[in-house]
Design a binder for this molecule. Structure first.
Ligand SMILES: Cc1cc2nc3c(=O)[nH]c(=O)nc-3n(C[C@H](O)[C@H](O)[C@H](O)COP(=O)(O)OP(=O)(O)OC[C@H]3O[C@@H](n4cnc5c(N)ncnc54)[C@H](O)[C@@H]3O)c2cc1C
Length: 360
């Protein structure tokens, strides 16, 4: 059994704490806030790849759907264009999407979007082992950008829709990788889902506590404590707590320069985009401005940076800090680490770290 300290009780911290406590480790979670959940406090948050959460639940007790309602978001999104065109994109239905696009933009528009999804399918085959695997993902520099794929579309609304998969996340389609076509592919193939997030937080925290994890709130960690090239605990304002392993899920930005370097290279991309919406409906709305500028996702939340730093450069999405650091025993999970932000990817980062630490 190892003493594991998990820093942060957002989704990454909760998933890591649960899985590691279930593996028999002595887990302590230190959270600077008064309660668990982190960014899950904002809702609703549609997500794809529900299998990642299902897997954690199945391995650690009752299946996900027996604990909370996980329901498909239908439509998956509403595209709202400045010229008045609107499309409700059906969830997980390539044929329904084809029909909706033909109805909105004329016969053949659906087939053009099918080609985008087929591109995403090919991209996913290459990316899957990198996204779901043990990070430090390395792919050859891609010559094609998302804008290249978009220019191959004749229908201008579809071009705007495709490049929005970059601009919504603060990235420039002219430099973002063509492989971002995986996003529409994942939405159409695995569906877009939502769940009652406070309940998700309660179940994860409750289950982790049942497996022996201890939670301390109001505990702000200032950084990992090191002994040479290995971690031997964490530093709080009032002292050090010893640990054999530390799973860091808080944003690395709060650390001083030297220790921030522990988390690998930094990304130098565009600012993230978020907008606020006063009238919530469950399907996110993607708004396309008349100027042709960046599309925005409208959330019914109180603002803030949703998506972290953007994937501005062609290969930047593959350059997030790896989950296993060069310091022995120090692991990274969460939105700031591989494979990236969002419910499914953050939960996957915790799964990668848990696999690496292994059973007690
Ligand atoms: C408005 C909004 C809308 C979103 N919409 C979606 C969506 O539609 N679909 C989707 O998949 N994702 C969405 N996301 C993103 C998703 O919620 C996040 O990627 C995910 O919840 C991040 O989890 P995390 O554990 O990595 O980070 P966080 O939730 O940020 O957790 C980190 C925790 O660490 C704690 N902490 C920070 N510093 C310290 C420290 N020094 N010591 C101790 N504790 C510390 C924080 O208090 C926090 O609780 C949205 C996010 C927001 C804000």
């Amino acid at each position: 059994m190892a003493r594991v300290v998990v820093v942060g009780a957002g989704l990454a911290g909760l998933c890591s704490a649960l899985a590691l406590a279930d593996f028999g480790h002595e887990v302590t979670v230190l959270e600077s806030g008064p309660a668990p959940g982190g960014q899950l406090a904002f809702g609703p948050q549609p997500f794809t790849l529900p299998a990642v959460l299902r897997d954690l639940f199945r391995k650690t007790g009752r299946p996900l759907e027996r604990e909370l309602d996980v329901v498909p978001v239908d439509p998956a999104a509403r595209w709202v264009f400045a010229d008045g065109a609107e499309v409700a994109v059906p969830n997980a239905s390539p044929s329904g999407t084809r029909r909706a696009l033909d109805d909105a933009f004329g016969a053949g528009a659906g087939a053009q979007w099918d080609a985008v999804v087929a591109h995403g399918d090919r991209a996913w085959r290459e990316l899957r082992p990198l996204v779901l695997g043990h990070a430090g993902a390395k792919v050859s520099r891609q010559a094609q950008t998302l804008r290249d794929v978009a220019t191959s579309l004749r229908e201008p609304h579809l071009r705007a829709a495709l490049v929005s998969y970059a601009t919504r996340y603060g990235a420039d389609p002219a430099t973002a990788p063509a492989a971002l076509t995986v996003l529409p592919y994942l939405e159409q193939t695995f569906g877009v889902w939502t769940a009652e997030l406070p309940r998700l937080v309660d179940v994860l925290a409750g289950r982790a506590a049942e497996r022996g994890a201890r939670f301390r709130y109001g505990a702000t960690v200032s950084g990992p404590a090191l002994a040479g090239k290995r971690v031997d605990g964490i530093q709080l304002a009032d002292g050090t707590i010893g640990a054999d392993a530390v799973v860091w899920t808080a944003p690395p930005g709060g650390l001083d320069g030297e220790r921030r370097g522990l988390f690998g290279r930094r990304r130098d991309d565009a600012a993230p985009t978020t907008a606020v919406r006063a009238d919530p409906t469950r399907a996110p709305e993607i708004r396309f401005p008349a100027t042709g500028g960046p599309a925005t996702s409208w959330y019914d939340a109180a603002g803030g940076h949703v998506h972290g730093a953007a994937t501005g450069r062609v290969t930047a999405i593959f350059r997030r800090p790896a989950n296993v650091t060069r310091i022995r025993g120090l692991y990274l999970a969460g939105a700031g680490a591989h494979p990236g932000p969002g419910i499914a990817l953050v939960a996957q980062s915790a799964a990668i770290v848990t696999d690496h630490i292994g059973r007690a």
